[in-house]
Design a protein around this ligand. Structure first.
Ligand SMILES: NC(=O)c1ccc[n+]([C@@H]2O[C@H](COP(=O)([O-])OP(=O)(O)OC[C@H]3O[C@@H](n4cnc5c(N)ncnc54)[C@H](OP(=O)(O)O)[C@@H]3O)[C@@H](O)[C@H]2O)c1
Length: 173
């Protein structure tokens, strides 16, 4: 925490996630002891909002008994029913759902050919369709694509203006 505050030159971090799994939620593992520490730092005013990463609904329940949860950052997988249910719950409870790896972390995704087909039709890039698809899944979804290039950064920001049609979405589901 202190290293983060110093590096960023701020007196409070806006959002701190507790990550308990690595890409997948560790079902059945308690997060209480670790989340209580972050909740204490929030009480001290060093953190504004708390988030969770790589968690399931039981973890969210456990955390919410300790302190409010503002965001959840889990692996992007629209075909995973557990993730879809968690994203729907997040939307209902005003929690941001922030899926990581929307572009497959540079390794491609299982939907790449379908993204490319929609992209050709819509005059966009496959990456833009992938991001627009994630954004279309729920109003509470925020995307955090990583990039090391300005060209991709601009391309990814422009994806917010791409609204997929019901026909586009049907082809991607
Ligand atoms: N909570 C967790 O457990 C967890 C795990 C992994 C990642 N994350 C977070 O998720 C965020 C994104 O993760 P990520 O960077 O691994 O995955 P990602 O956003 O799915 O993919 C990034 C990769 O996509 C490429 N890319 C970006 N924009 C592109 C574009 N328009 N066209 C083609 N390729 C493009 C990038 O290459 P270029 O550099 O060439 O653009 C990079 O190789 C980060 O903030 C990271 O910290 C969290």
């Amino acid at each position: 925490m202190e290293a983060n505050l110093t590096a960023l030159g701020v007196s409070r971090l806006d959002l701190v996630y507790l990550r308990i799994g690595w890409h997948q939620p560790p079902h059945g593992e308690s997060l209480a002891e670790r989340f209580e520490i972050l909740a204490g730092l929030r009480e001290e005013g060093l953190i504004r909002h708390l988030g969770l990463s790589n968690v399931d609904q039981d973890h969210l329940d456990e955390a919410q008994r300790i302190a409010p949860v503002a965001a959840i950052q889990n692996l992007y997988d629209p075909a995973n029913a557990g993730e879809a249910a968690l994203a729907a719950r997040a939307a209902g409870e005003g929690i941001a759902f922030v899926p990581f790896g929307p572009l497959g972390s540079g390794r491609g995704t299982a939907r790449d050919e379908r993204y490319a087909a929609v992209a050709r039709r819509r005059g966009a890039t496959a990456a833009q369709v992938a991001l627009a698809h994630a954004l279309a899944l729920s109003p509470s979804i925020l995307v955090i694509p990583g990039t090391g290039t300005i060209a991709h950064l601009e391309e990814n920001i422009a994806a917010r203006t791409l609204t997929l049609t019901p026909g586009d979405l049907a082809g991607l589901s």
